[in-house]
Ligand binder design. Structure first.
Ligand code: OTD
Ligand code: ZN
Ligand code: ZN
Length: 346
């Protein structure tokens, strides 16, 4: 029996679109389903100034196929040299929706991220004043901290002190992967929210390592134990408006992924909504999907929900999704949840 679910058009509150040929290849995959997305600034070189963000926004809009509608919500990559006035002007003009903090070296193209948090105090204080949110990749990078503990240690040693010292700063802890992250966001006062990816709701670390190393499941923050995945699921279906979708869809060519030193990132733009419908149905919470994917994010960022809708349809037979999409920058493997998906967007 075919099941249908109509929800407000969703948004993606954390997305990597890249540039050039890769941008042209992956943008339609997102724009097909999502009305808006927060665009990550970790290009090479990173998007650090208002001028660079405006130019990048124009390249994104130029790459959008005729007839598709999509609004990129731009971000600035925070460095120790970032000028508070440039940030404030980019926010004031409506160009920039958030500033992004990468601890130096935490993930792909994050070498110019922050090492000395005192150096970015003036920017953070200005952001708190003007109500501009800070999106955070929440992992420490010290070699002595185990990769599976880096999120928890970041929260205790960096995030919490940073928030104490900057009252009023709106923070989004991005791509939460641990029960510790969920508990922190849920337990704190209202100026912190958390995004969750579709893939972290589906995989745990066994997917990466059991039966041979699977580079297409490798991303940062790395997937954790099953109990953490289950905590993410509980948060996503809880109806708590502080949790919402940020796919972290992060395309790399197969050549770059399938290597002795494979890049981090899962490419999920193509089947995110099908994966989410699968998870929410499995959890008996299809009625909470709209909040997670389409309502909580806009409310958090002070934007109206989208006027349009999408309809998710559950088929009797598995829906075929492509293994890969072709881009001018090479083939990009689409996230494989490891089981059939019966949902599609009509
Ligand atoms: N994680 N890959 C990338 C970014 C993210 O931490 C992230 O936001 C990427 O390739 O840009 C990844 O695994
Ligand atoms: Zn990140
Ligand atoms: Zn990301």
């Amino acid at each position: 029996m075919t099941q249908r679910l109509t929800i407000r058009r969703p948004d993606d509150w954390h997305l990597h679109l890249r540039d050039g040929l890769m941008l042209a290849g992956v943008l339609p995959e997102t724009a097909r389903h999502f009305a808006r997305a927060i665009i990550m600034p970790n290009l090479v070189p990173p998007v650090v100034t208002g001028a660079a963000a405006a130019a990048y926004r124009d390249r994104i809009l130029a790459a959008l196929p005729e007839g598709m509608e999509f609004r990129p919500l731009m971000t600035l990559y925070l460095t120790e040299e970032t000028d508070p006035d440039d940030v404030a002007a980019a926010h004031q003009s409506g160009l920039v929706t958030a500033v992004k903090l990468y601890p130096a070296g935490a993930t792909t193209n994050s070498a110019s991220g922050v090492t000395d948090f005192d150096k970015v105090r003036p920017v953070l204080e200005r952001m708190a004043e003007i109500g501009l949110p800070l999106c955070i990749h929440g992992e420490v990078t010290m070699p002595e901290v185990d990769i599976f503990d880096r999120e928890k240690v970041f929260i205790e040693t960096v995030l919490d002190p940073l928030r104490q010292r900057t009252p009023g700063l709106k923070v989004t802890l991005e791509h939460v992967t641990t029960a510790d992250g969920i508990d922190y966001v849920a337990g704190e006062a209202g100026d912190i929210a958390g995004t969750i990816t579709a893939h972290h709701l589906m995989i745990d670390r066994n997917h990466i390592l059991v039966g041979g190393i699977k580079p297409h499941y490798y991303c940062l923050p790395v997937a954790k134990r099953r109990r953490h995945r289950d905590a993410l699921r509980r948060a996503a279906i809880s109806g708590n408006p502080r949790f919402f979708l940020g796919t972290d869809s992060a395309p790399h060519s197969d050549e770059a992924k399938e290597s002795a030193c494979g890049c981090a990132g899962c490419f999920t733009a193509t089947n995110t909504m099908a994966c989410l419908a699968h998870v929410f149905e499995e959890e008996g919470a299809l009625d909470r999907l709209e909040g997670f994917a389409s309502l909580h994010g806009p409310a958090r960022y002070g934007l109206p929900p989208n006027a349009g809708t999408i309809t998710l349809v559950k088929e009797d037979a598995p829906v075929p999704y492509p293994d890969k999409i072709a881009t001018g920058a090479g083939p990009v493997t689409v996230f494989d949840p490891g089981h059939p998906l019966y949902w599609r967007v009509a």
